[in-house]
Design a binder for this molecule. Structure first.
Ligand SMILES: [Zn+2]
Length: 189
């Protein structure tokens, strides 16, 4: 049995309560959570957030590129932010990095996959600084994981409407690091 078989079998065997399905729940999330694609993480479940309360944007290393990057290089990010903040009017946006992040290690190791390299380019300046400080790959990764969260929160603020909403007290920005083993959150920014 492959994972695909598991998914399709489960779906085929779902008992559907037709009456309840007519009651489509209202979509009124309170936050946007930006997390990494890492398969070991279930961003919502790991935080104990119930269905319906948080929109999720996942990408490699939970990066936000910000407006210094050309619009066509951040379409998914820009659209998700616009939807969450302007349409759904969420009150919180959180960037959540995690320990043992493969994307952060890929940045430090300059892996030879062109799309991933290009994607990780916003980390170049911080990465150079972290490498200059020295230490083991593990030590450098721990620093860069946190610095990447700080960078992404700052890049959120490069969107005028986000900075304005934050200044007006209508939107809170958060930068978190979750321990992949314990599930504990550390507030970074
Ligand atoms: Zn990751």
């Amino acid at each position: 049995m492959t994972i695909i078989d598991d998914i399709l079998n489960r779906s085929a065997n779902l008992e559907i309560p037709y009456g309840e399905l007519r009651n489509i729940p209202e979509h009124r999330p309170e936050m946007l959570l930006i997390g990494c694609v890492d398969a070991r993480k279930d961003p919502i479940g790991d935080l104990g957030v119930t269905k319906g309360r948080a929109l999720i944007l996942r990408n490699i290393a939970a990066l936000i590129r910000g407006t210094s990057v050309a619009p066509e290089q951040r379409e998914t990010e820009s659209a998700a932010l616009e939807f969450a903040i302007k349409v759904m009017k969420v009150k919180h946006v959180a960037v959540m990095g995690h320990t043992d992040c493969g994307g952060i290690r890929a940045a430090l190791q300059d892996i030879d996959f062109p799309s991933i390299q290009h994607y990780l380019r916003p980390l170049d300046d911080i990465k150079a600084e972290v490498k200059h400080q020295g230490g083991s790959l593990e030590d450098q990764a721990m620093v860069l994981e946190k610095e990447a969260v700080i960078m992404s929160v700052k890049n959120l603020q490069s969107y005028d409407y986000i900075a304005e909403a934050q200044a007006a007290g209508e939107l809170s920005l958060h930068g978190w690091m979750i321990d992949i083993v314990s599930g504990k959150l550390e507030e970074i920014i």
